[in-house]
Design a protein around this ligand. Structure first.
Ligand code: G6P
Length: 483
């Protein structure tokens, strides 16, 4: 990415997202704030050292109806809390965000429920975010909004009347974006897309999502396409649209892979599992991640390759998520049943085929799992990008490369063609890919992983942030920063 444009010394940036940099955690002494663990937080926290910034976000717990949202300050970071009540969360988060937009954008149309009350709740909470964003807007240069929870916010912020200069508005959509045929399912598709078109710059992970967005915007609204897929003209304004995949901090992961404690932990994992080869799956326990299909593919692999029984195990980490949504509870039960079936069918006292670990792990702990495994199986049925694939590659080295089996339907597959690409719906293909991965000659493993590492090295988290700021601020550069 060419960075010819010079960022101003200290732009004023407001970041807005559903979950923010700090969360409320229960302690014996009461509730306390702690830094949230997420890819977005790791990517954006360093930004607050270089800009005048405020992060507007919910604090991860239901608040009482009369709670006011405070502006908290922790070091360089200012966090404007958006308090959300249980009822607001039920309608906006569990309802519209996670039972309409999430399944729709991941092509699980049968899980998509059309419920007007959720839509009303979604609109109301987007208005609440607009209120708190305006509250901290002291003449910001840029408001950077994140993800599907806040699709209406760009247009809401644009309706601000004549109270001073309009900041630039940037939006990053972190999940897949489907084409107009799927959006037909949602009666409020037009309002959602018009909401996004309030932004000056919209980023997606892949060129495919950009194309779908442009098609959906021209189908549902009065927007017209600019030549060369560069964006749209909407109500006399230019909206730039671009594929800009999130990056991962490769120095951080390379550092973890050299850490002696992490390496010792990896040895302990290997010793405990006790097999010659280890395969690994890591994700939030979400139906879009293809965990069940992967387990069935592993079962098929054991059926077809008796010589591998007792010699290979699969460690499957499934981090519990979205407890308020029924589909997640059902998936949890089905995954547990499937693990039990495989283990009772093939297991012996000296060998557990599937180690199922249903909890969250820190980045350091995950690095030990990455180092301990010969093959990472990242096979979502649909995924915006997928950072586990990147983290696995970056934690491994030339001397100990590992193999990445990757779904063609993960956004990151667009950038990582040298992985062993599979169709996650094709169980036979996945079982065969597992065998190829386990038997891949060392020279091929090294070549593939080295190429993947080089591709990822060009895309760091800080380069992503910088490129986004550059692109979102570019038009305003002359006006804001000269002199
Ligand atoms: C995806 C979304 C994020 C979301 C994350 C965790 O990665 O793109 O916006 O924060 O899932 O989901 P949760 O519902 O726990 O916030």
């Amino acid at each position: 990415m060419g960075l010819s444009f010079q960022l101003p010394v200290k732009p004023r940036v407001i970041v807005v997202s559903n979950r923010g940099p700090l969360v409320w955690a229960e302690r014996c002494s009461g509730t306390e704030k702690k830094v949230a663990v997420s890819g977005l937080v790791s990517a954006l926290l360093p930004l607050f050292r270089t800009v005048h910034g405020v992060w507007v976000a919910w604090g991860g717990r239901a608040s009482l109806p009369n709670e006011v949202g405070f502006l908290h300050q922790e070091g360089d970071l200012k966090w404007q809390e958006v308090p959300l009540t249980e009822e607001e969360l039920r309608l906006y988060y569990d309802g519209f965000s996670n039972q309409v937009l999430w399944p729709l954008c991941h092509y699980f149309t049968e899980k998509c429920a059309v419920e007007p009350a959720w839509w009303e709740g979604y609109k109301a909470v987007n208005k609440k975010f607009a209120f708190f964003t305006r509250k901290v807007d002291w003449g910001a240069d840029l408001i950077w909004i994140h993800d599907y929870h806040l699709a209406l916010l760009p247009a809401l912020l644009r309706q601000r009347g004549n109270e001073g200069k309009m900041p630039r508005i940037g939006f990053f959509w972190h999940i897949p974006f489907p084409g107009p045929d799927l959006w037909e399912i949602v009666p409020w598709a037009k309002e959602i897309i018009e909401g996004l078109l309030g932004a000056d710059f919209i980023g997606f992970h892949t060129p495919g999502y950009v194309e779908n967005f442009l098609r959906a915007a021209t189908a549902f609204t009065v927007a017209t396409a600019l030549p060369g897929q560069k964006g749209l003209i909407y109500r006399g304004r230019e909206v730039t649209v671009k594929a800009l995949p999130v990056g991962v901090d490769h120095e951080f992961f390379a550092g973890l892979s050299r850490d002696t404690k992490v390496r010792e932990q990896a040895k302990l994992i290997r010793a405990q599992v006790g097999t010659e080869k280890i395969c690994l799956g890591v994700e939030r326990l979400d139906y879009s991640k293809g965990v069940l299909e992967r387990l069935v593919a592993f079962e098929r692999f054991l059926e077809e390759n008796p010589a591998y029984r007792g010699r290979v195990s699969l460690i499957q980490i499934g981090v519990p998520t979205r407890a308020g949504v029924g589909a997640y509870e059902e998936l949890r039960r089905r995954v547990e049943d499937c693990v039990n079936r495989i283990n009772s069918r093939f297991g012996r006292s000296s060998w557990t085929p599937v180690w199922y670990l249903a909890r969250a792990y820190s980045q350091r702990e995950l690095a030990a799992f990455y180092l301990a495994s010969d093959v990472a199986i990242v096979t979502p049925l649909r995924d915006g990008l997928n950072l586990v694939a990147a983290e696995y590659v970056l934690t491994r080295s030339d001397t100990d490369p590992g193999v990445l089996v990757l779904s063609r339907l993960a956004g990151i597959a667009h950038y990582l063609r040298e992985a062993l690409l599979v169709n996650p719906f094709n169980i036979a293909e996945m079982a065969a890919a597992l065998r190829s991965a386990l038997e891949m000659p060392a020279a091929e493993r090294r070549f593939r992983q080295r190429t993947l590492r080089q591709r990822l090295a060009r895309r760091t988290a800080s380069a992503w942030v910088r490129s986004f700021l550059q692109l979102a601020l570019e038009e305003a550069a002359d006006e804001v920063f000269v002199g």
